[in-house]
Design a protein around this ligand. Sequence first.
Ligand code: PRP
Ligand code: URA
Length: 208
Amino acid sequence: MKIVEVRHPLIQHKLGLMRRAGISTKEFRELASEVASLLTYEATKDLQTVEQCIEGWAGPLTVHQIKGKKVTIVPVLRAGLGMLPGVLDMIPAAKVSVVGLQRDEETLKPIAYYEKLTGRMDERIAIIVDPMLATAGTLVATVDMLKAAGCKRIKGLFLVAAPEGLQRIEAAHPDVEIYTASIDERLNEHGYILPGLGDAGDKIFGTK
Ligand code: PRP
Ligand code: URA
């Protein structure tokens, strides 16, 4: 399975800022989006291009354009919305397929409450965006939804991932490619990532 921990100095610096206790909603939100842009750059390195002949300012020339149907970004409600602006900054023409899943705080099992996918999922690369990959219950359910809609190539971008969750997604869906700013140490007894970021959704939306 392809798991990439993107150890770029800008990403490490920004993630380090996000880990501070007492960080403001504004700063957390801005950094989540900035790290998402940098992860997108890394995750799209292998997209195929085709040559195109165009009329340039000094005459005809050949340029490269991304091949195939437009990518679809899949933000997982609610916290995934915090990464969406940064991803769209990099891929402004992407289609957005929104899914809603909420982790039950007792059982840690995801409850799906929304799904609105774009058309021709079978012809697009899907890029799931969610700040946290903890037990991976949410990710496994999201990939199940996308595969049921015909998706064949799926990548996931996460600010922080837990080793337990990575093992689980590898067992369930080894074909999914994971890009994360950090593989952290472990989950605590409540299913939170340590050292992690705390509750990413609350920090992005200013709730609690
Ligand atoms: C968080 C996070 C992931 C999920 C990860 O969302 O954004 O979606 O938990 O946990 P898992 O890997 O154990 O499934 P949460 O359910 O708290 O909802 P929110 O986005 O509304 O905050
Ligand atoms: N969801 C979060 O927001 N944080 C975690 O550490 C785990 C799940």
